[in-house]
Design a protein around this ligand. Structure first.
Ligand SMILES: Nc1ncnc2c1ncn2[C@@H]1O[C@H](COP(=O)(O)OP(=O)(O)OP(=O)(O)O)[C@@H](O)[C@H]1O
Ligand SMILES: [Mg+2]
Length: 236
């Protein structure tokens, strides 16, 4: 049993099933990568897991307990975090205010303690605390969105294309941070990425989704070495 177990899950919107029959387990201390062509249902799957899209069938277990139909805030309290494709920051507020909002239900002393941990992980954020988010670069915003999620000390962090729209240099920094979260902080990361090559290189295990169907589930390395799938669906 993993930290997050997904059993035969079907997810969609309204009456439309987009993702069909997906099963996987993500274990403690691993990067679990979800890849696939545009429109294959990667974001929909993450939304279904977090409680933001409709689950038609199947179950989601977190730490062995069924959480399938719990609303997002309840899942978040249990230690599941979700970083959406377009981040989730408040443009007109400062970096510090965003961090306070992200931790609104933590006790004050807990907040200060976590904030100091987070500034240890992202030292560059310290100089940005008073800046309004709308004045930040794409990479700085991504760092803030990540920091806001980490404040709550999640066990499992689901990230939807954290490097989209970043320069190669900033993207490389984000990939390094993701590896550090696994290696130094023991997190489980569910990583949806457009940059399949890099994601599979840093990942431990992977799921390939094509038209909402699972096409591969296994070691990341094995998917990278599968010439047919990698070429056909990932452009590698
Ligand atoms: N809110 C919604 N209502 C109805 N259909 C949606 C909604 N969001 C996404 N879809 C559709 O679901 C399908 C899968 O979309 P999804 O965003 O999950 O794909 P994706 O794999 O994340 O793609 P990308 O790589 O482009 O981010 C697409 O056909 C999309 O148009
Ligand atoms: Mg997407």
């Amino acid at each position: 049993m993993g930290l997050l177990d997904v059993e035969d899950l079907s997810v969609g919107y309204g009456k439309m099933e987009i993702v069909n029959g997906v099963s996987f387990s993500a274990y403690k201390n691993e990067i679990f990568v979800i890849v696939g062509p545009n429109g294959s249902g990667k974001s929909t799957l993450l939304k279904g897991l977090f409680g933001l899209a409709k689950v038609f069938r199947g179950r989601v277990l977190f730490n062995g307990n069924e959480v399938t139909s719990l609303p997002p805030h309840k899942k978040s309290l249990l230690g599941l975090a979700y970083l959406p494709q377009l981040g989730n920051t408040f443009e007109n507020l400062s970096v510090y205010e965003n961090l306070v909002l992200a931790a609104h239900d933590l006790p004050r002393d807990k907040f200060e303690e976590r904030l100091s941990d987070i500034l240890g992980i992202f030292p560059a954020l310290r100089n940005l605390l008073r800046r309004k988010v709308k004045t930040l670069s794409g990479g700085e915003r991504q760092m803030l969105a990540l920091a806001m999620n980490l404040l709550r000390n999640p066990l499992v962090l689901m990230m939807d294309e954290p490097t989209a729209a970043l320069s190669p240099k900033l993207a490389a920094q984000v990939f390094n941070q993701i590896q550090a979260l696994r290696n130094e902080h023991g997190l489980t990361i569910i990583l949806v990425e457009q940059n399949a090559l890099k994601a599979l290189e840093i990942g431990d295990r992977a799921l390939l989704l094509v038209s909402g169907q699972p096409k591969f589930y296994g070691a990341s390395k094995e998917l990278l070495e599968n010439r047919e799938l990698a070429k056909l669906y990932l452009g590698i």
